[in-house]
Ligand binder design. Structure first.
Ligand code: HEC
Length: 200
């Protein structure tokens, strides 16, 4: 009887010690983080590259978060009309950061950190539902805007359809699309783009 009470008392005190150690370690880490933040020693300049550790933390946080949030609703096929609509949106809103076949990076794109990837090469990392989620919701602390607040789901799916076409588009084909449907394709086209926004 006595022995078992001793035993219990000892294991309780071990747990208490363990918890105390755990809390102490946590407090030390939190204090250290506070000192680092308040001292201003961390350089937020976009010209300073992320360290390998920051890179790893940011990119894995983004990957797992997108995978966890994207859901299963997806679309696999697009009509030519929808791809064209997607192109117009891309031409208007994405090129400035993500470039396009035959298009050099803009100064804005070059100055951003993290650097917006060329989607023609990078979009294959994501499935369609994930692409949709990224475009609709944006990505915190990267400069990737959310288009959900300004664009209806249908239109965002059109953009996904166009992004899927990007790897197969040559610079010439892209230039032709710009001439036919792009921003500078004339007044009539401007009206089409308006319709695209409201998506009748
Ligand atoms: C102001 C600049 C900017 C604009 C405009 C922009 N993006 Fe982004 N985008 C980013 C940045 C920055 C990232 C994050 C890069 C990173 O951390 O991997 C990103 C990431 C993405 C990703 C994930 C790619 C990856 O693997 O990292 C997709 C897909 C994407 N953007 C699509 C779009 C589309 C489509 C549009 C237009 C509707 C658009 N973006 C407009 C800056 C921009």
């Amino acid at each position: 009887m006595r022995a078992s009470i001793d035993y219990r008392a000892r294991s309780v005190s071990q747990i208490v010690k363990f918890l105390a150690g755990f809390i102490a370690a946590f407090v030390v880490v939190a204090l250290a983080a506070t000192v680092v933040i308040l001292s201003g020693v961390y350089d937020v300049a976009a010209t300073v590259p992320h360290t390998a550790l920051e890179e790893l933390i940011l990119s894995s946080t983004m990957r797992y978060s997108v995978e966890a949030h994207a859901g299963n609703e997806s679309r696999e096929t697009w009509s030519e009309e929808q791809v064209r609509e997607g192109f117009k949106q891309y031409d208007e809103m994405c090129i400035i950061c993500h470039a396009a076949p035959g298009k050099e990076r803009t100064d804005i794109s070059k100055g951003l950190r993290p650097n917006p990837p060329k989607l023609a090469e990078w979009a294959k990392r994501w499935n369609n539902a994930e692409l949709f989620w990224i475009i609709k919701n944006g990505v915190k602390m990267t400069g990737m805007p959310a288009f959900g607040p300004t664009h209806r789901d249908e239109l965002i799916w059109d953009v996904v359809g166009f992004v899927r076409r990007l790897p197969n588009l040559s610079a010439e084909e892209f230039a032709t699309m710009e001439k036919q449907f792009g921003k500078s394709a004339g007044l009539e086209q401007g009206q089409h783009q308006e319709q695209g926004h409201h998506h009748e």
